[in-house]
Design a protein around this ligand. Structure first.
Ligand SMILES: Nc1ncnc2c1ncn2[C@@H]1O[C@H](COP(=O)(O)OP(=O)(O)O)[C@@H](O)[C@H]1O
Ligand SMILES: [Mg+2]
Length: 322
């Protein structure tokens, strides 16, 4: 069996409409090990392709080209049975937990639907101790949340219920797309702590998608930095933050608003290079890059290793000849 839990290989996704063509993902490749649960953060500004990547890994969208492999198998070539197993092994939580709750049902409903769909337990009665155990794992007191309606709970409690719901299925991978960005700052820490804990205790690998580099550093082992659908840099979280190689990552780090974690980290860069982008193949960052050379306007750089596990797509580190 494959040594990788998840492999994304040269994933490209182009959205086309009558008026425009958007390259949402371009040649994106990443891998997560199978027997060594880690948190991989995918960071980038809004519009960089993070959710499109998540939606391809979840099988909600089909690639224009490239592949998503789970345990060595292409997820777009699964039969029904394999697909159902995949949907159990890979779970997701999203930005707004409130969307998942039906306001007319008690929160218990989200558990019961899952229990019957995936046959987690033969009856509601037998499912109850499992639900209670999952709630305790996410540091919720079952008595405080079961029997309540979603509007009676905080965003942090709701998101932890969504994590507890995932735990019932004993997944191998959790995809968390901006899981704390709509949650009050004071409640974020508990959700992130819970994510950290289930990685270690429940051995669940995680893809943590965020626009917030500081929480990425807090809970992730590795970081991928995306810009306009391209991975521009990847490596161990500490290394990427302490020695960012790509000019884009460097600018992002300068822009982390230190004193107030409340502030949003979006479009911090206002440089606009007046040199004409000569080719569709130009580096994705050339028109905003303070260090751009002529070649950057002609051709996208390949990846260069800056250390064993740290690589960057930038001519500053690689071959400058054409
Ligand atoms: N269904 C879609 N149809 C057309 N364009 C889309 C669609 N989904 C995303 N896009 C475009 O793809 C790019 C990446 O979007 P997205 O993956 O949502 O970014 P992020 O999650 O990083 O904010 C954006 O330019 C967005 O407008
Ligand atoms: Mg998104």
């Amino acid at each position: 069996m494959s040594e990788y839990l998840l492999e994304v290989k040269n994933l490209t996704r182009i959205f086309t409409s009558k008026r425009k063509k958007t390259v949402a993902l371009k040649d994106v490749s990443l891998a997560m090990e199978r027997d060594n649960p880690k948190t991989l953060a995918v960071v980038g500004e809004s519009g960089s392709g993070k959710s499109t990547l998540a939606n391809h890994i979840l099988g909600f969208l089909k690639p224009t080209s490239g592949q998503v492999l789970f345990e060595g198998k292409d997820i777009n070539r699964q039969n029904r049975q394999q697909h159902k197993q995949y949907r159990q092994k890979v779970q997701a939580i999203f930005q707004n937990p409130f969307d998942t709750f039906n306001p007319f049902y008690k929160v218990d409903h989200v558990f019961h639907m899952l229990v019957s769909h995936f046959h987690v337990a033969p009856s509601r009665k037998k499912a109850l101790p499992l639900i209670e155990q999952a709630l305790e794992m996410v540091r919720l007191n079952p008595g405080d949340v079961l029997g309540k309606y979603s509007h009676q709970l905080s965003g942090g409690q709701q998101q932890r219920i969504m994590i507890a719901r995932c735990l019932l299925l004993k997944p191998k991978l959790l995809i968390a797309d901006e899981p704390v960005s709509m949650i009050d700052a004071s409640l974020r820490v508990t959700v992130l702590d819970v994510m950290e804990k289930i990685k270690t205790q429940n051995r669940i690998s995680q893809l943590y998608i965020t626009h917030d580099l500081s929480t990425a550093l807090q809970i992730s082992d590795d970081i991928i930095v995306m810009y306009k659908g391209h991975i521009v840099e990847k490596g161990p979280a500490i290394e990427v933050i302490q020695s960012p190689a790509h000019p884009y990552t460097q600018l992002l780090i300068q822009c982390i608003p230190l004193p107030s974690p409340e502030e949003r980290w979006e479009s911090p860069i206002d440089i606009q290079d007046t040199r004409r982008i000569e080719s569709e193949e130009a580096c994705c960052f050339c028109d905003r890059c303070p260090k751009a050379a002529d070649i950057c306007f002609r051709r996208q750089p390949g990846y260069t290793q800056v250390s064993d596990e740290h690589s960057v797509a930038c001519y500053l580190y690689g071959d400058k000849t054409e």
